[in-house]
Ligand binder design. Structure first.
Ligand SMILES: Cc1cc2nc3c(=O)[nH]c(=O)nc-3n(C[C@H](O)[C@H](O)[C@H](O)COP(=O)(O)OP(=O)(O)OC[C@H]3O[C@@H](n4cnc5c(N)ncnc54)[C@H](O)[C@@H]3O)c2cc1C
Length: 285
């Protein structure tokens, strides 16, 4: 369907974007989610503020304690970047699992983590990694800059950004190893479930960051499960029980890809595979 008539403006800087946004104006980055919703009339917009050419939001930077990605960095860039692959393999894998090459070439990490509350929900693969890693979302609005916990951002029921705010960057703390597992029948379908694990050496033990996606309608961090793995070990029966407890309240629909019982049953397997792969990735065992 053709989109209805709307206005289009291009922002020159993050502060320019913050000035242009608000009311019925929203940001467009890669446009891979927003144009679909506008054409389907599931989203009514007066003005699109194009932030995709703001070069200062297009970067990948490794610091002593974090990996920082500018909001308009494309998914294709993140998937292929050697710094991301070496320092947060889960993020490179997740970005590389989004849709197809055309969408990854245009779609951005900032747009991807907004996937939770846009009408055309397709999961948000990057958001699951942000949640597991304990990452932060940096935003800028007319009132200045602030940071939001990534896990809360991607699990929010409605858009947590104030009118006029844009995401400027995603910040991931450094981990020793990480892995992202997404189970789907075909590469680009909506999927059956996903799990991200991040691991770090902690004395004789490990610290674990864990989140699951594509099961419930949000990506959710599983802190109690992570603590159980740290104390009892990955293969302990208590881990399976902790996953059952943590996911009991999930809304898990049956789809053409798998029924709800299967999707629940496969979650412990995905978690086990993700943590195992993260330990291997970090050279921890
Ligand atoms: C066929 C198809 C398959 C898909 N498959 C997947 C998939 O497998 N996995 C997956 O995770 N996603 C998938 N998607 C969803 C989506 O295309 C991608 O997540 C994409 O990365 C969105 O990024 P974008 O830059 O194109 O966002 P846009 O479409 O430009 O924006 C999406 C939303 O985010 C907001 N937004 C964008 N950037 C910012 C910012 N910096 N600050 C504030 N708000 C912002 C926009 O206002 C809009 O509400 C799919 C989409 C389609 C159409």
């Amino acid at each position: 369907m053709r989109p209805p008539a709307l206005n289009y403006v291009r922002a020159a800087s993050p502060s320019d974007a913050a000035e242009l946004l608000g009311g019925n104006a929203i940001p467009i980055a890669g446009g891979q989610g927003v144009m679909r919703d506008i054409r389907a009339r599931t989203l009514q917009v007066g003005t699109l503020v194009d932030i995709s050419r703001i070069l200062e939001l297009d970067y990948i930077r490794l610091t002593d304690d974090a990996l920082e990605i500018g909001a308009v960095t494309t998914l294709a860039t993140v998937a292929e970047d050697p710094t991301v692959r070496a320092n947060l393999a889960a993020l490179a894998t997740a970005a590389g699992r989004v849709a197809d090459v055309q969408i990854r070439n245009r779609g951005t990490v900032g747009g991807n983590i907004c996937g939770s509350w846009v009408p055309s929900w397709w999961g948000n693969d990057v958001g699951t990694v942000l949640s597991a890693a304990g990452g932060e979302v940096t935003v800028l609005g007319r009132g200045g800059a602030r940071s939001l916990p990534g896990a809360e951002f991607v699990a929010a029921e409605t858009n947590p950004l104030a009118p006029g705010e844009i995401i400027t960057a995603l910040r991931f703390p450094r981990w020793d190893g990480s892995a992202y597992i997404r189970l789907s029948r075909q590469w680009a379908d909506a999927g059956i479930g996903s799990a991200t694990a991040c691991v770090r050496r902690a004395g004789a033990g490990i610290t674990v960051g864990l989140a699951v996606g594509r099961v419930h309608h949000r990506s959710v961090r599983l802190d109690d499960v992570a603590r159980t793995i740290e104390s009892d070990g990955l293969d302990a029966p208590s881990v399976r029980a902790a996953i059952a407890d943590a996911t009991r309240g999930f809304t898990v629909p049956s789809t053409t890809h798998a029924d709800a019982d299967y999707r629940r049953a496969v979650l412990p397997v995905l978690v086990h595979r993700a943590v195992s792969a993260a330990l291997d990735n970090g050279g921890i065992r």
